[in-house]
Design a protein around this ligand. Sequence first.
Ligand code: AMP
Length: 282
Amino acid sequence: MQIVQTIAQLRAELKTMRAGGKTVGFVPTMGYLHDGHLSLVQKARQENDIVVVSVFVNPTQFGPNEDLDAYPRDAERDLSLLRAGGTDIAFFPAVDELYPPGFTTYITVEGPMTQTLCGRSRPTHFRGVATVVSKLFNMVGPDRAYFGQKDAQQVAVIEQMVRDLNFDIEIVACPTVREPDGLAMSSRNTYLSQTHRAQAPLISQALFGARDLVEKGERHSAVVVDYLKTNIQRIDGAEIDYVSIADSRSLSDLDILKGDVLIAVAVKLGRTRLIDNIRIKV
Ligand code: AMP
C-alpha cells in the first residue's frame, strides 16, 4: 500500500498504477475507520483493479459550533485497517493541501435536497461535502466511487452533483453496517456515554418497527412519523432533530408512501447527534 500526502504524489502513483486501462475504485472517508467504512473498501476491492481510500477530516463540512476539533482521529490504526482491507493507495492530505491560502471556490447543490433533513440544522454541511468530494474526484479520477447508505442524504446530493456536473463516475451506494444490537456504525458513536450507548439501539429499533408497519400495509406518512416520534421520545434524554419520510432520490416529502421511500431520523443523545435511516420500495 502506498501512503501519499500530496496531490502531486497521488497523481504520479495513479498514473503508473492505472497504465494499461486499469479501473480505479475510490472511497472517501474522514477516518477513524470501522466496519462500515471497510465494507465500502471491500466492495471497491471486488469491483476494481486499484483501490484508493482518502482519509481527510474536511473542515468545510463542519459548522462553526460543531465537532471539527473533537472529531476522533487515529491514523496508525486507519493505516493498518486499510492495509488489511487491500487498499492500494491511502491518501492522507493535510488541510492546507486541499484548502491552500486563497481558496475560494465552492460547489453548492441548490434546492430542497440540501435544505431539508440534515441541511436544516447544518446549513453549510452539504456545500462542504460537495466541494471536497468534487475536488477528490478531480484528483483521483475514479471509475467508481463508494458511499454508505447510512448517509442517505449525502448519497442523493452526490448523485445529483455527478449528474449536474457530468462527472464520468459511477456512484455505488452500499448498505448500512450495524453493530450486533442494531446501532448504525459511526465514528461519532465513540462520543456516547455508557448510558446513551445502551439506549442508542432504540433508534434503529424504532426504524425497524416503522418498516414493519409499512410492510403490513400502512401508507400514511403521518401515521409512520407519529409511530417513530412516540418511540424515539421514550428514549431517556433523546431530542429529535427530525423524522422524515421522503422520496429517496429527490428527498421531497411524501404524504403517502409510494415508490423508493427513505425513512430517516436524526436524534441527539446528550451532545451526540446520531442519524439513521431505512429505505423501502413501496
Ligand atoms: P465518514 O468517514 O463518516 O465521512 O464516512 C465515509 C463513508 O463511509 C461515507 O460514504 C459513509 O456513508 C460511509 N459509512 C459510514 N458509516 C457507515 C456504516 N455504518 N455503514 C456503511 N457505510 C458507512
